[in-house]
Design a protein around this ligand. Sequence first.
Ligand code: ADP
Length: 288
Amino acid sequence: MKPIIQKGLKQIQEEQIQEIHAVTGGDINEAYYVRTKHQEYFVKLNKEMDVSFFEFEAEGLSAIRQTGAINVPAVYGVQKDKETQIPMLFMEWIEGKKENNTDEILGERLAALHLSEGPGFGWEGKSYIGKLMHDNHLHNSWLTYYRDARLLEQIKIGQSQKSISGERNKQLMRLLEKLDTWIPNNPKSSTLHGDLWGGNWMTGKGGVPYLIDPSILFGDHEFEMAFTELFGGFSQRFYDAYHSVFPLSPEYETRKELYQLYYLLAHLNMFGESYGGSVDRIVRKYVG
Ligand code: ADP
């Protein structure tokens, strides 16, 4: 990959690579540490994806940065190698050690991000959750957006891949019809990271937390908080700090799993039937 990365880097900065090594830990992309004379970079590449995949990630990082609420790596550029068509994302290299207050800062700053209000619900433009592309627009109603542009969109992907059919499909459709029982029509519209599991934040210099790898949208902050609880990785200190700035509503517990359902459907569609049991359990809980 070095020649391709070197070519891409030349578009951004006329500098030779002095050191390069692969970085592991992501779900989806090939990633590299790159050092030139003046700068360290984190570079992601993906042979299978369209350049819009990294453009969307860069757009999300830039939108989060603009709120001034929480740190994100600076984006230096999105490139597509002319010969191989491989897309690449060049960004700031982040490295640091957790301090005692890192979790609290993450909680407070995430709450500040969520207090940054959006112009509606959703996002205008081509979007991705993981590798899955989904149509995205700004809606006036969170309920309609969450039902049609999120749950139904994943259900349709599942139907076409045959991971959703028969009884599972019927029950999901029943749930969609009743969704207004639990999901609010017009909650506060927050700027959300959109894919905040424990692996999508990291610590930079001085123990300062950074958000990485967003799937940006405007929506109900409880959607984001529900996902942080799905796979764990966030401490009680994080939640206490978050709640002290932006409390969750008393109804949060009653809809939490409906918000986790979206991510479980996306995981079912990306990674297979190991997520099917959790999808079915949640749907049964709400529609009987
Ligand atoms: P993927 O999109 O494949 O899931 P990630 O963006 O999550 O990839 O990055 C993969 C790993 O690389 C992360 O787990 C993290 O350890 C590391 N990483 C991500 N962004 C940076 C960065 N800006 N600087 C240094 N390391 C990073």
